[in-house]
Write a protein that binds this ligand. Structure first.
Ligand code: ACO
Ligand code: KIV
Length: 570
């Protein structure tokens, strides 16, 4: 990097449009979308698409609902020429779709381009020449008049060749290439010269496409450039004003949106932002940005993953996992406070039609994406995400204090491994930590009996590998089981819930227990088809976990009553 970049690079001058109106505009309808995936996108690939991939892309674009599709640069290669012929001769073009083709402003190329379009019902012929001063000087070695003449000559030839083929409904399009770096009065004067040749009417409009061939400025400057042209083009009511932003500064989406606010009627771009260098503007992001404002973009991304896989296959380029709306990770929250807010948001969402889930600008389901991947757990996660995964995957609804306790268990694991844990791994950890805790007390069976007003229980356990039978009484089965254990056990809370539905339903009981004389409480969990068995298992789980956390002296003290009982029954 240079210490003094000002010695090598010049800042883009502002347009100085003092009475600009675009900042106050609100986009209330979608622009006309034009896909250039098969042209600008295709020319930017390691390997341009073959005929099959081109056809797959074309059909996908049609299925999404794009009505103008730049299908080729027919004079550039036989593949491109043949593809246009196949579309026309194979009758692959839906009636409401217009194909477009690009050509340089050169006679031989324009003639070849028209040849490729023979027999088309309707077509847009798109011609360009670069108008920026460095192109005039370095590439073409022409002055302004010479540059204008290239455009005018091409416009004349196109008009003439179209008139010779009246069976096709023609639309003409002209791009002053590198508009973003062209002096505005000159850009307008070239366009107006082309208008004078093509003589459009409001019923038979022409298209002027103003490309940010290289994105050179902040998007507000591009918006000023577009508004300036919008005001200075002759016969504006006979012109569709189109933009073609590239993404060199990473602002193409913003530039396109501001350009539409500034008067553009049409946007050219590619799906997921493919295209030369940093890409063309991403049509999917633009469309879904509109959608999240409550404006239907007229494009269908209700199965966005399928579109993404097709585009990746056609382009042989991967889509970034953080790409807006479509990336694998864009509906995923790892961090705890996000997970907590999303979990609460989903619950609150059931009561309202307007989408309000925090952190999610769009309902993933609208794009055919599932909630499964919304919340993922790693060391940045909190109890909300863990609880969400166990609830959404296994139907386990944990009391808040159990969520807090279990998230400590998960946190120790994720801190140690540094890895993400799946819902299946969480469930296994939960079972190992709570449900399968049977040391030193292992449940074998129980038998209930009535003792007057009291509930009696005979509890069959294995204690340190010894089978024992303990009796207790209480005001219910849980109380009776606690008494049977002869442990100084206090039950702080008890919750039971169903896991699953119908014949496969099981009960889950969750108790918070403490030992008298010990400062800590902990949870025990039991799962069983029978609710009483689940509850007794939960008590044993809680007792075992307390005993495991006690030191040797505490453990002996706590087990004193039970040991005495065991001696007595031996
Ligand atoms: C910004 C964009 O994406 S524009 C689209 C760019 N896409 C492509 O270029 C892909 C397709 N193009 C090609 O395959 C080739 O350029 C072809 C087949 C069309 C033409 O190839 P060639 O005849 O070999 O010419 P080449 O591409 O090298 O062009 C150079 C000549 O065309 C002239 N030229 C370039 N663009 C234009 C234009 N838009 N209008 C008029 N003349 C032009 C140049 O000044 C140069 O002229 P010179 O030879 O007299 O100096
Ligand atoms: C031909 C034009 C529209 C182009 O692709 C560009 O300028 O980026």
């Amino acid at each position: 990097m240079l210490k003094h970049p000002e010695t090598k690079y010049r800042p883009m001058p502002p347009v100085g449009l003092k009475d600009r109106t675009w900042p106050d505009q609100v986009i209330s309808k979608p622009p006309i979308w034009m896909s250039t995936d098969l042209r600008d996108g295709n020319q930017a690939l390691f390997e341009p698409m073959d005929a099959q991939r081109k056809m797959r892309m074309f059909k996908t674009l049609c299925a999404i609902g794009i009505k103008q599709i730049e299908v080729a640069f027919p004079s550039a290669s036989q593949t491109d020429f043949d593809f246009v012929r196949e579309l026309i001769e194979g009758d692959h073009i839906p009636d409401d779709v217009t194909i477009e083709v690009l050509t340089q402003a050169r006679e031989d190329l324009i003639r070849r381009t028209f040849e490729s379009l023979r027999g088309a019902r309707q077509a847009i012929v798109h011609v360009y020449n670069a108008t920026a001063p460095n192109f005039r000087r370095i590439v073409f070695n022409v002055d302004e008049a010479g540059c204008t003449q290239i455009a005018v000559n091409a416009a004349r030839l196109i008009k003439q060749l179209a008139a010779e083929r009246p069976e096709t409904r023609w639309t003409f399009q002209y791009s002053p290439e590198v508009f973003s770096g062209t002096e505005l009065p000159f850009a307008a004067s070239v366009c107006n010269a082309v208008t004078a040749v093509w003589q459009p009417t409001p019923e038979n409009k022409i298209i002027f496409n103003l490309p940010a061939t290289v994105e050179m400025s902040t998007p507000n400057v591009y918006a000023d450039q577009i508004e300036w042209m919008h005001r200075h083009l002759d016969q504006r009511d006979s012109i569709l004003l189109s933009v073609h932003p590239h993404n060199d500064r990473g602002c193409a989406v913003a530039a396109a949106e501001l350009a539409v606010m500034a008067g553009a009627d049409r946007v050219e771009g590619c799906l997921f932002g493919n295209g030369e260098r940093t890409g063309n503007v991403d049509l999917v992001t633009l469309a879904l940005n509109l959608y999240t404002q409550g404006i239907h973009p007229g494009l269908d991304f209700s199965n966005i993953n399928a579109v993404a896989r097709t585009v990746e296959d056609c382009n042989q380029l991967p889509i970034h996992p953080r790409h807006p709306y479509v990336g694998d990770l864009v509906f995923t929250a790892f961090s705890g406070s996000h997970q907590d807010a999303i979990k609460k948001g989903f619950a609150a969402q059931k009561a309202t039609a307007i989408w309000e889930v925090p952190y999610l600008p769009v309902d993933p389901a609208d794009l055919g994406r599932t909630y499964d991947s919304v919340i993922r757990v790693n060391s940045q996660s909190g109890k909300g995400g863990i609880a969400y995964l166990l609830e959404s995957t296994y139907g386990l609804v944990m009391p808040r204090r159990l969520q807090v306790e279990f998230s400590g268990v998960v946190q120790r694991h994720t801190d140690a491994t540094g890895a993400e844990v799946t819902a299946q791994e969480l469930w296994a950890m939960f079972n190992a930590e709570y449900v399968q805790t049977d040391e030193p007390l292992r449940y074998v069976a129980h038998h209930l009996n009535e003792h007057g007003h009291e509930q009696g229980i005979r509890l069959e356990l294995e204690v340190d590998d010894r089978r024992v039978s303990l009796r207790g009484e209480g005001n219910g089965p849980i109380d009776a089981a606690v008494h049977a254990l002869h442990l100084p056990l206090v039950v702080h809370s008890y919750e039971e819930r169903a896991l699953g539905l119908g014949a496969n339903a099981r009960a889950v009981a969750m108790v918070e227990v403490a030992m008298e004389g010990m400062p800590v409480s902990t949870f025990g969990v039991g799962i069983d088809p029978n609710i009483v068995t689940a509850s007794i298992r939960a008590i044993l789980s809680g007792a075992n976990r307390l005993l495991q956390h006690a030191d040797q002296a505490e453990r002996e003290q706590l087990l004193k009553g039970l040991q005495a009982k065991l001696k007595a029954v031996a």
